[in-house]
Design a protein around this ligand. Structure first.
Ligand code: MN
Ligand code: MN
Length: 470
């Protein structure tokens, strides 16, 4: 049947919002699922920022990328990376044009909300050995009790030794646990608290053991027994916690979710989903026109700060070294590079959740399965602290996506007076780089188990690849 005039006009003028699954061919669907399997494998290898750097570096080495420290000159097509203190990773594929004509940056973050140990964590009470913690990033604390946790991290010793510890990932390993009151006891104590205080920061104590050391003459026998085990296994003493970074994350593995297996459930998808998709994208940046740069940064969840966060001048050190080794460096050159450059701040967004519609502006919220979401501005209540991308730059990105058949939707994090948030877009834009937030929608963001759409994961990879190769 022929379309009516109205139907034709509507098709032409409306921004039709539709799920990317709608018109996917069988071959494309297979491709989406294959990519998701590889993504889930990556998630299971890398749950912390240090593991993201370690495992991503292995992938780079397998794909002929070289450590920038071992390269003296750079030419178009060269592929290099630089590791900053094992916590953030900067990757580049040198373009045909000079860097002073601008580079393309996709920056994601490898850290995710989690539970860190305090510096003096171990104590004993009620014949139970416990660990005091300080949570990292914005979490709903009650979600972290009664889930199996694994411990990842390092203990740095005064003799320069760095002890790596991972407990709870193998099926044979024990896991760790934060307790909660049973419903039988919580009335009058916990039930009346506000949800945000259901479990307080000081109640996030991790159960670490219960067997006492055999010598009954001493006090704190359970604590001593735990220290004895740690000393035998890792050669550490209590004071070594002072210089440790021990991070507790859910021990769950990434799994497909739903009857149709269309979703990924996993810890830390904010922002490991953008780490993986941007990493895969730069592997495909073959002889790009402009130098392609991928950053897997740290400390985003606590404000982009520190020596390994996106605000750190460590990024400038990397950029200057690229300029130097390309024979382009001179005073003020980096500022020129920045002013001609484009960046994508690759980070997730809170997708529309039909169970909690009250939190969203349904017209502007990003949707699972609609592809990458373009967030022109972040910030909160009056765009406060947003870097807001210029419309012209957004148009340029739309053109790249249209040319490459990348699905995208726009996004706004929650209702105007309620929602909001920030990303590293701000720190990139402050450097004079045109920057736009492009990520994918996540449900239950910052929870121990987050949800994404496999369609969006693959679409993000295609989006970042199209950006690099344009
Ligand atoms: Mn994030
Ligand atoms: Mn986050």
């Amino acid at each position: 049947m022929e379309k009516t005039e109205g139907e034709v006009l509507k098709e032409k003028l409306f921004n039709e919002k539709k799920s990317g699954w709608n018109d996917l061919s069988e071959e494309d669907t297979r491709q989406v699922f294959r990519f998701a399997d590889e993504y889930m494998f990556y998630l299971n290898q890398a749950k912390t920022e240090k593991e993201i750097v370690h495992f991503s570096k292995e992938i780079l080495l397998k794909n002929d990328f070289k450590d920038l420290n071992e390269v003296s000159t750079l030419n178009p097509g060269d592929k290099v990376f630089w590791v900053n203190r094992n916590r953030s990773l900067y990757i580049a594929v040198i373009g045909k044009e000079k860097m002073s004509d601008g580079v393309k940056i996709v920056a994601a973050h490898g850290d995710s909300p989690r539970i860190d140990l305090k510096q003096n964590p171990l104590y004993e009470e009620g014949e139970i050995g416990l660990l005091k913690t300080h949570y990292y990033g914005g979490i709903k604390k009650y979600q972290w009790a009664t889930v199996p946790l694994s411990m990842h991290g390092i203990v740095a010793k005064t003799n320069g030794e760095r002890v790596n510890v991972t407990i709870g990932e193998s099926e044979k390993d024990p896991v760790f646990y934060i307790t909660d009151l049973p419903p039988h006891l919580s009335r009058g104590i916990q039930d009346e608290r506000k949800l945000a205080e259901g479990i307080t920061g000081e109640e996030l104590n991790i159960v670490a053991g219960t067997i006492p050391y055999y010598d009954k003459k001493i006090s704190e026998r359970v604590k001593l027994n735990i220290l004895k085990i740690l000393n035998e296994k890792y050669g550490i003493k209590e004071v070594d916690f002072t210089s440790s970074e021990l991070e507790f994350v859910p021990s769950y593995k990434a799994r497909s979710v739903g009857f149709d297996e269309s979703l990924v459930g996993a810890y830390g998808q904010d922002d490991k989903v953008c780490c993986y998709t941007s990493l895969r994208a730069i592997l495909d940046a073959q002889n790009p026109v402009k130098t392609s740069i991928c950053v897997l940064t740290d400390k985003e969840e606590i404000g982009f700060c520190g020596v390994t966060g996106m605000e750190s001048h460590s990024f400038e050190r990397f950029m200057i070294e690229l300029l130097e080794k390309s024979g382009e460096n001179m005073p003020g050159m980096l500022e020129k590079v920045y002013s001609n450059s484009n960046a994508i701040s690759a980070d997730v967004d809170a997708g529309y959740d039909p169970t909690f519609t009250v939190a969203f502006d349904s017209i502007n919220a990003s949707r699972l399965g609609h592809g990458v979401c373009i967030c022109k501005y972040t910030g909160a209540r009056g765009k406060s602290s947003a870097s807001e991308a210029p419309a012209e730059f957004v148009a340029n990105i739309r053109r790249i996506f249209d040319d490459n058949n990348v699905a995208y939707c726009s996004s706004e994090l929650g209702k105007v007076d309620k929602g909001g948030g920030g990303t590293i877009a701000v720190t990139l834009a402050n450097r004079g780089i045109d920057t736009l937030d492009i990520g994918i929608p996540v449900l239950s963001m910052h929870s121990p188990y987050e949800l994404t759409s496999k369609f969006d994961v693959y679409d993000a990879f295609r989006a970042y690849r199209a950006f690099f190769n344009d």
